[in-house]
Design a protein around this ligand. Sequence first.
Ligand code: NAD
Length: 466
Amino acid sequence: MTEMLAISNPATGQLIQEMPIDDAAAVAAKVALARKAQSAWAAQPVENRMDCLRRFRDLLVERVDQLAATMTAETGKPITQARNEILATPARIDFFLDHGQSVLSDKQVFLEPGDSPETAQLKEVISQDPLGVIANISAWNYPYFVGSNVFVPALLTGNAVLYKPSEVAAMTGIAIATLLHEAGIPESVFIPIIGAGPTGAALLQEPLDGVFFTGSYGTGQKIAQAVAPQLIKVQLELGGKDPAYVCDDADVAAAAAGLADGAFYNNGQSCCGIERIYVHTAIYDAFLAAFLAQVKGFKLGDPTAEETYLGPLSRQAQLAVLAAQVADAVAQGATLRLGGQQVDRPGWYFAPTVLTEVTHDMAVMRAESFGPIIGIQRVADDDGAIALMNDTDYGLTAAVYSADRARAKTILGQVNSGTAYWNCCDRVSPRLPWSGRKHSGLGLTLSLAGIETFLQPRAWHWRRQF
Ligand code: NAD
């Protein structure tokens, strides 16, 4: 009998849909189908592939209400934030469409001095081939963003994609596949695979040409180990424990507003969400008061309501993780300023939580929380802040709030992270590489390098005569 994936609404805890899970045999058949189809897809003129992706972009905008409702139903993401994510995806797609052709084009890198390209005795050229058949194993927190960072440039450059959405966003995964197919991407070139960890693990047993993963450090390690014998490209976009430091010369009100949003947007379930805040002692009291006022102003409630800013957690199991972080912190001397427990209502709601007098002995300052909870720590000076920002296994992003750009640059230059923010946070640009250091990942998406990553270069040595 086919095993079914049960999908529940985090706002109510009620079952909303069941979907057949792909077992190992189904996964193998899908990989074989993609393998058969890939070379014809790569042989098409790039304009055809671009046309399909352009139509996909337009369909996202056209169907935004329906797509957002699906994402909200299965992940609990507030409806306004669901729409924001979908409507911000076309800008990323446009970046890939604008630059794909030039990345794919042949590059002449050497010509015998004095020769023309047509008559050269010796010419060196680089051309690009797609990797082939790739797996895209994805996360649920921003399914449109993290998915399209991978499958859009992968398809554009001629790869076939086995797309395994998270089991927490499987309905959205099917919606994305349906739209891509409607836009003209062949069903054998973009294939959704439904299931949880065991389905992902089965996919990695198949012959692939690359694996592009977004998810946690723990799963990333398993993925790297599982595909190591295949010696294929592995890219891992993993978690973070992203710090922010508020200097004594910062605009306190702006920093408090920006960091409260950075910590609590999408209920704190963002890879680059703010997870630790360090505040210069000179402005600590003013910052804390402004920050608490911001958080108290966030409206918690039904995620389908327009005014809701904080919905339920997407995963029930995370309620216990957050409660344990609060208990550990309080036991070790932290002060609970706000929240600290599950909200007394149906669904998987955790109250927005602010802890102060925290230290790096506490899990809340070391382990990824991935929820509406933040620790705020007082620091004496910039050196103290830098040492604490670097005291982590992760290295995704770091933010500094200061009136002085040079000071921020000096501080950020000493923090080991893939992204540096001055007076902003929790921000991603298609023009900039998105990469994590240490336990935050391997490889990158976005930017021109995020298109090249789906290609393998071929080095051409053209010699006219022996
Ligand atoms: P997760 O690691 O639990 O799951 C991610 C995906 O891996 C899911 O599709 C899951 O089904 C699959 N999976 C689980 N076990 C597997 C296995 N053994 N083999 C193959 N696949 C397997 O992560 P999640 O809860 O979906 O996402 C949250 C995590 O993702 C957080 O740590 C977050 O920081 C991180 N994240 C990182 C980025 C980034 O860009 N760096 C972006 C979004 C999320």
